[in-house]
Design a protein around this ligand. Structure first.
Ligand code: ATP
Ligand code: MG
Length: 411
């Protein structure tokens, strides 16, 4: 349960529950329901009741602050029919935090030491708000602060070990990143492995041209769960080998960036319709400066010629969105940047600009590795301009990654 007016009014986005759901999954605990409510005692209490109707463990974030609108303690007290009492232990935590900072304690912060009777205090080492736990009649409520950094620290220090000690059975997870297979065809080929209630169960989500697949197996003991996951993963691999470019949950830029850095392979990019998206994606990878020098945004034909040395005849006879042009762009980028590898993107992002031969969503992709070029013309779903651009950037990264995985470039 995420509490906060800012979350229901749209001023900020709830990221706490998705982070928690992933952490819990890692512990073998599957989230069954997520609720968001405002800073109102009755609404918060209702959300807690709805959450407990779905599962015996409920984690709530937010609403632990010192102000009037922080209602979690009241809502929890109501749901468990308990009084709010002043907790010396919680107060000591608040005092200690202000002492470490060397500042006076505002009077309002005394509220933070009010907890439902007999609640256990969860110490907050990164902020003022103490968290708390209430356990009664098979139900466990954990209340954590709203600021994501504080919430994560408290979960990791105080909650994780406690949950780990009591999970029964095992859950094993495997992930695959897939490209080149439309979602509908994937679903068709994966068939009953994706059916509700299947064990192992396969789920997938599509984003910007890439299918992220998760395989989850449950069993009474952890070793059995691992074995189940391994055998289904082997079958999955066999069926989808051609399309899998990575095993694991990592996004393509992380895998490609890691490989470029590990192999000390310098890289550049020449981008038209994506105007730097692919380079920006690579730049998210820490340490990429070891291999990333210059990249180029060449939107116009003139820029493609002047900056990258694309020939006027190539542009005239094949058009800017063509395999011939991206080949010259990739080679030009590698040469200008002094890089051994380069990728190039030129496409029609829309909504205008499409032709019968090259409709909106047509994207030419090129990669160069040590002077050898490969190109492809793909057609992305023309959903929106942004989806075409994001998809084009992703696919270019996948293309280069695939070449490195085939053993091109330095070992
Ligand atoms: P305290 O800061 O005293 O713990 P609190 O727990 O109510 O009080 P807020 O003051 O409501 O926290 O929120 C503090 C910050 O944390 C705000 O920037 C808010 O947007 C952010 N935040 C709160 N809940 C979430 C959430 N579920 N996901 C992402 N950010 C959140
Ligand atoms: Mg709040």
């Amino acid at each position: 349960v995420a509490l906060g007016d800012e979350l229901i009014l749209g001023a900020s986005v709830d990221t706490n529950t998705s982070w928690l759901a992933r952490e819990l999954l890692g512990l073998g605990i599957e989230n069954t329901r997520t609720l968001v409510a405002g800073d109102d005692e009755a609404d918060a209490a209702e959300a807690l009741r709805l959450a407990f109707a779905a599962a015996p463990l409920v984690i709530v974030t937010g609403g632990l602050g010192p102000t009037e609108d922080d209602q979690t303690r009241h809502a929890a007290a109501r749901v468990f029919s308990r009084e709010l009492v002043f907790s010396d232990e919680a107060w000591q935590g608040v005092v200690a935090w202000f002492e470490r900072r060397g500042t006076e304690i505002p009077a309002a912060n005394r509220r933070q030491a009010l907890l439902p009777a007999r609640a256990q205090v969860l110490r907050n080492l990164t902020g003022t708000a103490p968290g708390f736990a209430i356990e009664e009649a098979g139900r466990l409520l954990l209340a954590l602060p709203g600021p994501p950094a504080e919430m994560r620290a408290m979960f990791t220090d105080a909650v994780r070990p406690r949950l780990l000690a009591r999970v029964q059975g095992g859950l094993a997870q495997r992930s695959f990143q897939i490209q080149g297979l439309p979602e509908a065809r994937f679903a068709e080929e994966v068939g009953e492995w994706m059916a509700r209630g299947a064990n192992p169960l396969i789920g997938c989500s599509v984003k910007d041209g890439i299918l992220s697949v998760t395989l989850r197996a449950r069993a009474a003991d952890p070793d059995r769960a691992q074995a189940l996951a391994d055998s289904r993963a082997a079958q999955f691999r066999e069926r989808f080998q051609r399309y899998i470019f990575h095993e694991g949950p990592e996004p393509v830029e992380e895998v490609l960036g890691g490989l470029l850095i590990a192999r000390r392979l310098s890289v550049s990019a020449a981008e038209s319709c994506t105007a730097g998206l692919a380079a920006a994606q690579l730049a998210r990878v820490p340490g990429i400066s070891a291999v990333l020098g210059a990249t180029f945004v060449t939107y116009s034909n003139a820029a493609k010629m002047e900056v990258l040395g694309v020939r006027a005849e190539t542009l005239a006879s094949h058009g800017a969105v063509s395999e011939q042009v991206v080949a010259e762009m990739a080679l030009g980028a590698a040469r200008r940047a002094g890089a051994r590898a380069a990728l190039a993107i030129s496409g029609i992002a829309g909504p205008g600009g499409g032709t019968p031969e090259k409709p909106v969503g047509s994207v030419a992709l090129g990669t160069a590795v040590d002077g050898r070029v490969e190109t492809r013309l793909v057609r992305l779903p023309p959903t929106t301009r942004e989806s075409v651009r994001a998809g084009a950037a992703n696919l270019a990264l996948v293309e280069l990654l695939r070449r490195l995985l085939r053993g091109e470039g330095p070992a």
